[in-house]
Design a protein around this ligand. Structure first.
Ligand SMILES: Cc1cc2nc3c(=O)[nH]c(=O)nc-3n(C[C@H](O)[C@H](O)[C@H](O)COP(=O)(O)OP(=O)(O)OC[C@H]3O[C@@H](n4cnc5c(N)ncnc54)[C@H](O)[C@@H]3O)c2cc1C
Length: 449
């Protein structure tokens, strides 16, 4: 049997690649990657520069094993399947609505069967259902049904693909009008495997205790690897046996993907009906301050500058900054969501939407409306050494720890000694958090009736 294995941007690996494995077992394999202008057009690529860098790293690593062609997937795949006289086309299933629609169109246009294999998530989306057969809306019961984990199975060994000669070259960043950002993590399967191994040997053991610390590098940093599938979720799960708190985060990932599978409308609208049509503010100055990391709240600014600097934000800081945008500033969560998708290397529709809907409060499982993150105590608690703020907001580097998260409270002489002049070298807070919190609470109470 001759099989076209269609690699897409979420399974850029040779290890634990179920469709590839199946194809190799059944006969001849034609491994294809399509440079679809939906992503690879230079104008489009500039909208997602950091993810493009990771994606190209991963593709360059696999380049000589794949046949790379340019064109629209929905046209190219059926055309090549015919030309190459294959018996079937195989690929991994995608959870996102855009990918599902593309696959529907491809299946319709193909003259041979199109088989989708599982592997983006640990369990096939739609597997976990409550007693009435409905999707779970809340995380905790979803996570309790996790005894199904025994069905995850072992990861498949790395497949051997012979070098391929034909095809187009994978573009470089420069071809797409982009410049390499050396602060981003290295993309590709090799780097991803090394990150996993390092995490299991080191930080994995301390994860339960230290994962919330902004000033330490104690989380796995595997999010982009999982997003692009340079690592399979199944391999990560299997190799982190005993790290229960960490595995719980992988279950959050499952929950987010499962929610998007059952509610594709999530990418457009709040999942809780009562939260729809919230009177968001059109606060342009607030948006500029938030998106450039100049709100005057050091921990929020550090998060936003980390995003622009290395295309990543620590999870705790994502929650703090998302809460600040949507609750303190009452700016539409979808604007923040799109901003994250533009800059995050791990920008992932399911996880990002779940994170924003949770933070604003409109997700099926969300932060209660009355709990508004206070940026100063959050900063003091989770960045107790101040390393996080000092690294990303260097103009505050010499402010004593006591005032670092609230420089406006520092005695003027201390600020002067630290070389800080509020209003010129670092901004005054753009809102008073206590007032902003009250404004949000009264608005949401009125809105929810
Ligand atoms: C507003 C907001 C936006 C977010 N956007 C994204 C996004 O675009 N892409 C993304 O992968 N994650 C997103 N997250 C979840 C989380 O912040 C990141 O997955 C995590 O910070 C990545 O760092 P890590 O790999 O070191 O995580 P670790 O703490 O080491 O966690 C291991 C893995 O578990 C998964 N995970 C961890 N936390 C979550 C979570 N809350 N929800 C779903 N999966 C999780 C990730 O795949 C992560 O790599 C978002 C969270 C919030 C609050």
């Amino acid at each position: 049997m001759k099989t076209l294995v269609w690699f897409r941007g979420k399974d850029l690996r040779l290890r634990d690649h179920a469709p590839l494995r199946d194809a190799l077992e059944k006969g001849e394999v034609v491994p294809l990657f399509v440079l679809d202008p939906y992503f690879f057009d230079p104008v489009r690529a500039r909208e997602l520069p950091n993810r493009m860098q990771y994606l190209l790293d991963a593709l360059h690593e696999l380049e000589d094993r794949l046949i790379v062609v340019k064109g629209k997937s929905v046209e190219v795949v059926p055309k090549l399947a015919r030309e190459w006289k294959v018996d079937r086309v195989v690929a991994h299933r995608w959870v996102e609505p855009f990918g599902r629609e593309r696959d529907r169109q491809v299946a319709e246009a193909l003259h041979v069967p199109f088989e989708l294999f599982e592997g983006e998530t640990l369990l096939p989306p739609g597997t976990l259902r409550n007693g009435s057969g409905e999707p779970y809306s809340i995380y905790t019961p979803f996570s309790r049904s996790w005894h199904l984990a025994e069905h995850i199975g072992a990861a498949l060994p790395a497949a051997r693909l012979p070098p391929q000669k034909n095809g187009t070259k994978v573009p470089t960043l420069e071809d797409l009008g982009l410049t390499r950002n050396p602060q981003l993590i290295q993309g590709g399967e090799k780097a991803a495997q090394a990150r996993l191994a390092a995490f299991v040997k080191g930080p994995g053991k301390r994860y339960a205790e230290l994962r919330n610390r902004l000033d330490l590098a104690e989380t796995s940093r595997l999010s982009a690897d999982l997003k692009f599938g340079t690592l399979s979720a199944r391999q990560v799960w299997n190799e982190t046996e005993g790290f229960d708190t960490f595995r719980n985060e992988l279950v959050w990932r499952e929950y987010a993907h499962s929610t998007l599978w059952d509610h594709p409308e999530a990418l457009k609208t709040p999942l809780r009906e009562a939260w729809r049509n919230f009177p968001f503010r059109d606060d342009r100055a607030g948006w500029t301050a938030w998106s450039t990391g100049t709100t005057g709240y050091p921990v929020v600014d550090a998060a936003q500058r980390q995003l622009l600097g290395e295309g990543f934000i620590h999870n705790r800081a994502r929650m703090i900054t998302a809460s600040f945008l949507t609750r303190d500033l009452m700016i539409d969560f979808r604007k923040g969501e799109a901003w994250f998708m533009k800059w995050l290397v791990d920008g992932d529709w399911a996880n990002n939407d779940a994170g924003w809907q949770w933070s604003f409060g409109c997700g099926l499982d969300a932060q209660p409306y009355f709990r508004v993150f206070a940026p100063v105590p959050q900063g003091e608690k989770f960045d107790p050494t101040g390393e996080y703020v000092r690294r990303w907001v260097p103009e505050l580097a010499r402010v004593p720890q006591r005032w670092l998260h609230s420089p406006w409270l520092a005695p003027p002489l201390e600020l002067m000694a630290a070389g800080v002049k509020l209003g010129s070298s670092y901004p005054h807070p753009i809102v008073d958090h206590a007032d902003a919190r009250q404004r949000f609470l009264s608005t949401i109470k009125r809105h929810l009736g």
